[in-house]
Write a protein that binds this ligand. Structure first.
Ligand SMILES: Cc1cc2nc3c(=O)[nH]c(=O)nc-3n(C[C@H](O)[C@H](O)[C@H](O)COP(=O)(O)OP(=O)(O)OC[C@H]3O[C@@H](n4cnc5c(N)ncnc54)[C@H](O)[C@@H]3O)c2cc1C
Length: 335
C-alpha cells in the first residue's frame, strides 16, 4: 500500500471494532485528550451488543436484544462504568436471577443493549459501514478500508473476534512473533443461531421473561416485552445451542426457524407474525488469551476483546480498559 496521492484521515490512534471493548478503549483515550478514530464494518455500533427492530404495520413494533441478553458485575473497575450507565438511565436492573432470585442484579439496557454502546460512543469519532481490509506500518499505521478510504495513526488497536483479526493481519502480511501467533490461534468461539420472533400474543415465558432452556436445540429464551424494552410488540429472542448451531449453520432460514420455533412452542404459546434468523459466527469465546490485552513490543499494535478476559460484557470492558491503559502509556498520558 502506498500512501501517496490520496486524502488520509489522521489521528493518534485507530481502533478497529466498535464493539464494547473498542469503544471503552476509545472512550478512555478520548478522555485523556487523544484523537481517536473507531472504524466498524457493521451498519451500527455495538458488535455483539445488538438490538434490532421488527415491525408489523404501524401498531406492532418489536424490539429485540439478539446478542447479549443481560450482565452481572464482579470487578470494581467494571462497576465504575456500570454506575455511570445506571446514573444516566442507560441500563436498569432486569431481575436478580431467572429461576430464583439470588440477590445479584442482572442488568440490561433500558432501551436495549445497543444503547450502552451508543452511550459510550456519544463523544467519539465512530465510523460505521467501514470494513478494514489492509494495514501497513512504517513509522505510522496506514489503514485501508473496503471502500478505499485511508486512515493514519501512531497506534492501532484491534478488537474484532481474534480469528478475524488474524485474517486481517495475514491479508496485510504482518507477521506476529511465533509464540504469540500460536497462542492466538488457539482462541476459538462457539457459534450461535438466534431467532427473533414477533408474536401475536404475550408469550408463556415465566417472569421475569428470561430462561435457560435445557434442550438439545435451545439454550435460552427471552421475552423482550417482559424485559421492558419492547412495549409495543411481543418480541421473543431464541438462542440455539452450540451443537444445533454447528449442525444447522448452512441450512436455510425456514428449516432453522421451523425446528427452533417448534422446540419453543410451549413457551411461545402464540402464532408467530414474523421472524428473522441471525447467525453469530463468533458468539462466545471458548478459550482465552493469558493477558487482558496483547501489546506488541515490535510495533505499536494492541489487540483486545472479550477473548482476552472472559466471554461477557464485563470481560470485554476489562480488556478495553487494559488496552486503553496500554495505549495511554505509549503516549505518556496517564495522569
Ligand atoms: C448470542 C450471544 C449472547 C450473549 N449473551 C451475553 C450475555 O447474556 N451476557 C454477557 O455479558 N455477554 C453475552 N454475550 C457476549 C458479549 O456480547 C461479548 O462478550 C461482548 O459483546 C464482546 O465485545 P467485543 O467488543 O470484545 O467484541 P464485538 O462486540 O464482537 O466487537 C467487535 C467489532 O469488530 C468489528 N469488526 C470486525 N472485523 C472488522 C473489520 N475488518 N473492520 C472493521 N470492523 C470490524 C465488528 O463489526 C464488531 O462490531 C453474548 C454474545 C452473543 C453473540
Amino acid at each position: 500500500m502506498s500512501s501517496s496521492d490520496r486524502s488520509i484521515t489522521n489521528s493518534d490512534c485507530i481502533v478497529i471494532g466498535g464493539g464494547i471493548s473498542g469503544l471503552i478503549t476509545a472512550n478512555i483515550l478520548h478522555q485523556k485528550g487523544l484523537q481517536v478514530t473507531v472504524l466498524d464494518k457493521g451498519k451500527g455500533i455495538g458488535g455483539r451488543l445488538a438490538t434490532r427492530r421488527i415491525s408489523q404495520e404501524e401498531s406492532i413494533k418489536g424490539v429485540f436484544d439478539y446478542g447479549t441478553q443481560y450482565f452481572t458485575v464482579e470487578n470494581p473497575q467494571f462497576q465504575v462504568w456500570v454506575d455511570d450507565w445506571l446514573k444516566h438511565n442507560v441500563i436498569k436492573e432486569w431481575c436478580q436471577g431467572f429461576r430464583e432470585a439470588d440477590g445479584k442484579p442482572r442488568y440490561c439496557g433500558v432501551n436495549g443493549t445497543r444503547e450502552i454502546a451508543k452511550y459510550v460512543a456519544k463523544d467519539l469519532d465512530v465510523q460505521t459501514n467501514i470494513k478494514v481490509v489492509e494495514m501497513s506500518y512504517d513509522k505510522k499505521w496506514l489503514v485501508e478500508t473496503e471502500n478505499k478510504q485511508h486512515y493514519q495513526a501512531d497506534v492501532l488497536v484491534m478488537t474484532p473476534p481474534v480469528p478475524q483479526s488474524l485474517d486481517l493481519l495475514d491479508a496485510s502480511l504482518i507477521v506476529l512473533p511465533l509464540d504469540i501467533r500460536f497462542s492466538l490461534e488457539k482462541i476459538v468461539y462457539h457459534r450461535c443461531i438466534a431467532i427473533l420472533a414477533l408474536l401475536e400474543k404475550p408469550s408463556n415465558i415465566p417472569a421475569p421473561g428470561g430462561m435457560v432452556v435445557e434442550d438439545n436445540s435451545l439454550v435460552w429464551l427471552a421475552d423482550n416485552y417482559q424485559k421492558g424494552i419492547s412495549p409495543e410488540g411481543y418480541a421473543v429472542t431464541l438462542h440455539a445451542t452450540p451443537n444445533f448451531s454447528d449442525y444447522y449453520w448452512d441450512s436455510d432460514d425456514a428449516e432453522i426457524a421451523y425446528k427452533l420455533l417448534t422446540s419453543a412452542a410451549d413457551y411461545l404459546d402464540s402464532p408467530v407474525i414474523k421472524y428473522q434468523v441471525h447467525r453469530w459466527r463468533y458468539s462466545l469465546p471458548k478459550t482465552f488469551y493469558h493477558e487482558p490485552c496483547l501489546a506488541l513490543s515490535e510495533f505499536p499494535l494492541i489487540m483486545a476483546g472479550d477473548a482476552f478476559v472472559a466471554p461477557n460484557i464485563e470481560g470485554a470492558v476489562l480488556s478495553g480498559i487494559a488496552a486503553g491503559t496500554s495505549v495511554a502509556q505509549r503516549f505518556k498520558v496517564n495522569s
